[in-house]
Design a binder for this molecule. Sequence first.
Ligand SMILES: [Zn+2]
Length: 369
Amino acid sequence: MNNGKKATSLPPRKEEKDVTLFIKGNANQLSTKSLPSGRFGGGLDSFYMRRCLQLARNGQQNAQPNPMVGAVVVCNGRIIGEGYHVRCGEGHAEVNALASVKQEDEHLLKESTIYVSLEPCSHYGKTPPCADLIISKGLKRCVVGCIDPFAQVQGRGIQKLRDAGIEVTVGVLAEECQALNKRFMTFHQQKRPFVTLKWARTQDGVMGVKGERLIISNTYTQMLCHKRRTEHQAILVGRKTLEEDAPTLNVRAWIGKNPQPIVLGSHVKNLPQGWWSFPTVEDLLSALYEKGVQTLLVEGGRTTLQAFIDKGMWDEAFVEWGDFSWAENPEGKTRETVKVPVWRDAERIADERVMGRNIEHWKHLSTTE
Ligand SMILES: [Zn+2]
């Protein structure tokens, strides 16, 4: 919605032809980046753990609020079963991997190793403990990527397996396993949601113009922006943005769940139905933790984004660069503009080219990895 304001979108100067990186995180793509030379580089345990990570990523949209987990059952160099956590409330990765073992291979379980990217659970949640299942199936060995930070697990799953006489190896590709579930890890370790910041800017550092709607994204980056919304449980703007732009914050240019809309700021006029409102960043983050909201996308404006940066309450950020300068607009110099936020404790970790646009990926330096 633009509230009747004039929309400004300057034509792109460069040819738009960079399409290759448009959709990232393809679940079926095997990451071989950290593989040293040779097919089994990093050892056999790393090889099978990499397969667990690959499987785990298939749960990206539906596993949450549970972590993404993959599991592989191996006997004498042959994968006899594999699975991942598909959907919250349904079987965990270990359950699915063991269920996929063919009847004629069942007798091999006693000589088999189960690889799992996250420590097997030891508690009764929506499903019985996976550690008990591994014990009852009589597996010989269990290789774990990283420890589950969830308060009811935290090493108890590993202990349970060891107490039952199963050989357990912990920490194979630990960094990659933790990074895969960085949002889940941040939520449980820092007791607040994982916070992603997002804004778009012109070449000369303008993110908005007073009294006017400045369109920086193109059709493709807008789709990417909506895809990002589906990857977060909640989405936030500041009071001013809500009152001036009345954004809907729902998902239109992609397929997926709408995040919970939130406005930050006191004395909000006409709070839209279904929205949540919090006066401060601290109130917001502790309330979201209590409600079990693990991921928050902050879409601005500048004052709101700067508040998260200054308080160090953010984890990663995506900044889209439009391919024009505001000052080149004939009216450019006469209008009051909103400048981009100022970084603090931030590191730029990657650049992504999307249809002629550059999207910078930043991370907070004290973020949990
Ligand atoms: Zn489990």
